[in-house]
Design a protein around this ligand. Sequence first.
Ligand code: ADP
Ligand code: MG
Length: 232
Amino acid sequence: TEEALRKSEKLAVAGELAAGMAHEIRNPLTTLKGFLDLIRTIESEEKREEYYRIMDGSIKQIELISGEMLALAKPQVKCLAERDVTDILRTVVQLLNAEAILHDVEIHIEAPYRPIKIICDENQIKQVFVNITKNAIESMPSGGRLTITMGEQDQLVTITFTDTGCGISNDRIRKLGEPFYTTKEKGTGLGLMVSNKILADHHGHMSFESEVGKGTKVTVTLPIVSAESKGA
Ligand code: ADP
Ligand code: MG
């Protein structure tokens, strides 16, 4: 039956994820184990400090991966409320401003003054915006500009994130959101997958347009609270 099919598909995805996670965590674990052995025999205080730093990096990587897997495993949308999507966006940009400045990235928000209300789990939508904004910052290692715009149309809000970063080639765009697909040395390749799931839970979605060497535009679409859904 359809139900059974869906269930077996889900199980297949879960198995793939578990295998991927085990694989991704094995690398930093191997590093940890190796340096733990080394550190026992080392005499130089300086070397020891260096090894501790490397081990710290491995632990952070494991933390990152397990954090994102947990976000993925979280039960559906938990805490729904009516929120102004521009407010959420401003909070996120504030949160990441220090990181943006550090990378010489300027962030601009172009939004209407009136609130745009969506029904959402605020923390989850925050996480989506954080993922997209972080990706944009990381795509501009020698600085650039991230412009975020908001538009309303047909009971939908459209949020675009346009960066002046490295861009993504067409054959790579298809891979975005696949578990563990990353081009970064310290990436988890889970951010977009988690974001896709959260958006789907909110009846929204996300799409990419990009040109290598020029930049990337990410478009997020979400339903706006309509008069009738308020019972008016
Ligand atoms: P991670 O950031 O850990 O690599 P993500 O799922 O967030 O994982 O992103 C997957 C990949 O998508 C990134 O490694 C990068 O190659 C690509 N990507 C996502 N957003 C952008 C962007 N704005 N510019 C260029 N590449 C991007
Ligand atoms: Mg990311």
